[in-house]
Structure formats: C-alpha cells, structure tokens
Design a protein around this ligand. Sequence first.
Ligand code: PLP
Length: 390
Amino acid sequence: MRTVYLDNNATTNVAPEVFEQMRPFFCEEYGNPSSIHTFGGKIGKLLDKSRKQVAQLIGAEASEIVFTSCGTESDSTAIRGTLESYPGKRHIITTRVEHPAVRGLCQYLSQQGYRVTELSVNREGLLDLDELREALDPDTALVSIMWANNETGVLFPIEQIAEIVKASGAVLHTDAVQAAGKETIDVSKVPVDLLSISGHKLHAPKGIGVLYIRRGTRLAPLLVGGHQEHGRRAGTENVPYIIGLGKACELASESFKDELVRVRKLRDRLEEALLDNCPGAKLNGHKKNRLVNTTSISFEYVEGEAILLLLDRLGICASSGSACTSGSLEPSHVLRAMGVPFTSAHGSIRFSLSRYNTEQDIEYVIEHMPGIIEKLRDISPFGRDKTKPD
Ligand code: PLP
C-alpha cells in the first residue's frame, strides 16, 4: 500500500542529504568536541559551521545560536530562564492557542504563583493587539507568543508584537517551531529576544532543537554543569544531530522560495477540492494569513478520529483537531479558543504538506475523501446528513 504523508506539522522525514551528512559522526568521527586531542577537538569546528548554517536561516549571528534537545526544551529554557533572570517580576503573557510546550508550562507556573494572562483569538485565529497592549504592565517579565500555529497554520504579526512588547521593557519569546523553514524569519529586522526551533519539523532528526538568544539578553540556563554552549546549555553536544540540523537549515535556505510556491499550490488544490466536494466542510483559521503547507478543515457532524481511521486504511496520514483527555475525545484547545462549534471542531482534520509531497499524493486524497465523509455521515450518531435539506 502506498503511504501519503500529510502530517508534516507533527514531524517530517529526515532529508537524505541530511542523513548522509550525519552518517560519519556515529561510528567513525565520534569524538567529543570538548576533548583536547585533535580527534575530538576538530568536531568543534564542525559545530561552528552548523551554528552558522542555522544562524543564516533566521538572520542571526552564529554566537546567538544555542543547541538544545528539542523545541520543548528551547521553550522551557526561554520561559524559565527569563523568569529566573527577573525574580522581581511575576507576570507572563501568552496566548490561548500556544503549543502545550508553552501553554502547559505557563499553566504549571500559574500554579507556582506566577500571574499568567492568556490572550484570546477571534474566529479566524487572529489576536487583538489592543488586548496585548492592555495586558502589559511593569510586572510583566515575559511575553511568549508563537510565530505560527501548529494546528491551523495561522501566523501572528510578530513584527508588530515585537514593537509593542519592546516598548514595555518585557522580554519577548516566540515559538517559531512551525515557522522555521516555512516562513521568512529575520531576527535582524524583527526584534524578538528569544526564538525556538525544532529540527524534526524541517527535515532534520527528532531530538534536536535551537534556542536563538539575542546578544545581551539576560537568560539563566536550564541545564547547569559543563561549559558547553558557552555555559548556556550544559551537556555534551549531540554532534550528529547538530550537523544534520545545520544541513537541514542550509537546504531550507537554498530552496526556500521555489519549494514554498510549489507546496502552496498543492495545499490550495487540496483545500479547494475538499471544500467544494465535501458538503459541510469549512476552513479553520484565516485563509490568507497562514503557513503555506497547512490546512485545517472541519467536516460537520463527523468524528475526526473516524475520518483518520479510514484515511489510515488507505495509507493517508493526517491529524485530527481532537485530543484524548481523561478517556474522552475533546476538541483541541486551539479550535475551542477560536469558538469553532462543537459539531465542527469534532470533525476537524489537519493536512500538513512538505516539499516531498507530489501532485499524485494530493489527487489520491481528493479522490477518496468525499466518499469517506459521505460514508461516515450515513452512520453518524447525529443521524443522516444534516448538511442536506429535509
Ligand atoms: N512548539 C510547536 C509550535 C510545535 O508544533 C511543537 C511540536 O509539535 C513543539 C513546540 C515541540 O517541539 P519538540 O517536539 O521538538 O519538543
């Protein structure tokens, strides 16, 4: 059976060029970059090259790049490290639609006595910047707002957000895990202080991340001990993965524009066909202001999990907008925050593409999806198709 992989916001394949670049660093060139001998010491130069490749993708200086173990660690370091650096301030501003790596931590911190403000979003998933302006006060240590949403692909106006936050004196962190490699990121123009990236969302392996730390930003380390990463993240460097991530960033920089135009075309073809051919299908999130690879569509009166199951039988991989909470399926916090009605949120599916998808992949989904929706509507607990007139 063929596999059509349309779940690239969950994870991506490692690019073959990335894998080839990593290969020697497991069994042959396995030295520790902290060693004095040449065998280990020469690895340090290769890490510097990766640091430059990552920096180039986001318009940073190589010295501002710190390697971590994943996007979650980058987010945690940014948030906890800032709070530790500003012990007199107890207020955090974030949004209702952040990834659990940020939202879960902020909720935990609110139980530890921090004051957390979660900004709301409208029906299209967009923020009201006046709400941000009003929430900022002298006690605000940190604002953490994602660059792009993982479920809907909706982009937040980070440039405007940075202007507002920097005027207040608070530190600005952005989770750019979904944006890196899919959107132009240039920290020389957008004055964020801290920015998170995760390797496995841009064709590097799982288990490697980056925290960009603008020069001069006060940030206590999360991991303390060794002197690695100039004391900003202790622990022996994950050499093969760092080298892989460098290559992945180089590939993303090189092919950026052409690939994104192609991916957008495929995404639009899929989206238009599903909205046209599946009754009761509705787009979640702002139509224009979003990542080029993502579409989140609600199919009313159908269970998202049931759709996924039937897609899976055809080898099609996607995600639903539900999460299993205490044994029952709950619509995701993102769709709930957007006010998507229960009957739609339950039947929502996210398709997320990458540069490895083909026209044939998309046509295969278009061929099968209307039949799947029709079949499930017929057996829906809501009775017969409510999208058809009585
Ligand atoms: N932030 C966002 C927006 C994500 O989509 C993800 C992963 O899905 C993460 C953070 C966490 O990254 P990692 O899986 O590398 O910990």
